[in-house]
Design a protein around this ligand. Structure first.
Ligand code: DOR
Length: 453
């Protein structure tokens, strides 16, 4: 449900406004006009509302700045059979995300000005939310030679990453971190010591043993997190760690922060919500109409789903602020690459459309406040991206009207046939979630409205 042309003034009436950047959590009205926030605060008098304003009654709903995802895979160019900018951004709108940063593991990789320009043109034509490309750290993401980082900066990338693969070579990592000092953008590393992965496909532990699948130890992530923290400390460069998944990684970042290392990091909804037990068919106490499925290849993701102890440490790190933000790592894949053996399946989960529903469980269970959750989806990622993104993470008067309206208590069942994303690869198929996006707005345009379809 996308209407890109709708930009009459809109009044969202009687919502719970959660705007952590301004310290606001109160019931009130939001008025948007000419693509900007005209006001977001106390209830407006009728005389303050322009004629012709479209009014949305929002009692019981939450109005927040649109979510910012600094890690997703839109697959264009090269893998349009998995996702396109059109379908990925439509999925984002359904999920309440108004800004996406897309990873460069495309074909060709986003490692030069021409590919950045191509992504920009396709986004201008097809995207319903904002899209900002992330440039590769190395040419072709091959890990051998630094990409032209300055050319990429001038072309408009917002960060650098070889995501999907780590920057293996410590000298290249060192150099790229040194360049961030001039470029003013982070290097985002996917931490995976391949020498320790040994073809692993899920978390190492008793479940992998019982399923007869090769495991990936926590140290595969932690060894590279340690290396990168040490390089960030040495260079003073700007390091952002992608998709942390282990308790040990959270501790390493906590300690590095105390030493003053310039590091930020993210966690994904799947690592806060699911454990490796899901590969065994266990679904905790969640209600799921699809029934348990073992060896379900939709649970195969990098980094792997881990133990309950890891999940607990990630939630604590998020609540405490050691983990700056939540990023989806939305990784859509075509059916054929998942309808194979667990070992042969592609790594990745389609996340954009289930993120809010799964994350709201943390709020419903009293693990984090609603304001903290919204902070980690808005202010947190905007800080990683730098001051020019602050305007997208607030409902302050005069900022672009990028916002999400959601029902925190609406229960719904994940039905991938309704996904806008081409990627139906989620272990949450059939699972009942509580928390549903109702409306998403970008630049004052309604880009998604839930008509209960
Ligand atoms: O599971 C994953 N899939 N993890 C990544 O880091 C890359 C992603 C992909 O591109 O499919």
């Amino acid at each position: 449900m996308v209407n890109r042309n709708y930009n009459r003034p809109v009044l969202i009436k009687g919502a719970r406004i959660v705007d952590p950047g301004r310290g606001i959590d109160a019931v009130g009205d939001v008025l948007t006009q000419e693509g900007r926030i005209a006001s977001a605060g106390p209830v407006l008098a009728p005389s303050d509302v322009p004629d012709g304003t479209h009014s949305i009654p929002a009692n019981g709903l939450v109005a927040a700045p649109g979510f910012i995802d600094l890690h997703c895979h839109l697959r264009e160019p090269g893998y349009e059979y998995k996702e396109t900018i059109a379908t990925g951004t439509a999925a984002a709108a359904r999920g309440g995300f108004t800004t996406l940063c897309c990873m460069p593991n495309t074909d060709p990789a986003i490692d030069n000005e021409a590919v950045v320009e191509l992504v920009r043109r396709r986004s201008d034509a097809d995207a319903v939310v904002r899209v900002f490309p992330i440039g590769a750290v190395t040419k072709g993401r091959k890990g051998k030679e630094l990409a032209e980082m300055e050319e990429l900066a001038s072309a408009g990338v917002v960060a650098y990453s070889d995501d999907g693969d780590p920057v293996y070579d410590p000298n290249i990592m060192r150099l790229s971190l040194t360049y961030t000092l001039d470029l003013g953008m982070p290097v985002i590393n996917h931490c995976q010591e391949n020498g320790l992965c040994c073809g692993g496909v899920m978390a190492e532990g008793w479940i992998a043993t019982r399923l007869g699948l090769p495991g990936i130890p926590a140290s595969a992530e932690e060894a590279m997190v340690s290396r990168d923290l040490s390089l960030a400390e040495m260079t003073g460069g700007w390091l952002h760690l992608a998709h942390l998944s282990t308790a040990g990684s959270v501790d390493l970042v906590r300690q590095a922060r105390q030493r003053g290392v310039s590091v930020t990091c993210e966690v994904c909804p799947q690592h806060l919500y699911l454990t490796d037990e899901w590969a065994l068919g266990y679904q905790g106490d969640l209600r799921c109409t699809a029934g348990p499925r073992n060896y379900d290849t939709s649970t195969k993701v990098y980094p792997p789903l881990r133990s309950r102890k890891d999940v607990e440490a990630l939630i604590e790190g998020l609540a405490e602020g050691v983990i700056d933000c939540i990023a989806t790592d939305h990784a859509p894949h075509e059916v054929a690459s998942k309808q194979v053996t667990y070992q042969d399946a592609s790594f990745g989960i389609s996340v954009l459309e289930t993120a809010l529903g799964s994350l709201m469980s943390l709020v419903h269970d009293g693990r984090i406040s609603l304001s903290t959750l919204v902070d980690r989806l808005t202010v947190g990622p905007s800080r990683v991206l730098g001051p020019s993104f602050e305007k997208y993470a607030t409902l302050e008067t005069g900022t672009p009207a990028d916002l999400v309206l959601f029902d925190p208590n609406a229960e719904w069942t994940v039905d991938t046939r309704r996904f806008a994303s081409k990627g139906r690869n989620t272990p949450l198929e059939g699972v009942e979630l509580k928390g549903r996006v109702v409306t998403t707005m970008v630049d004052g345009r309604l880009v998604y409205q839930d008509y209960g379809d």
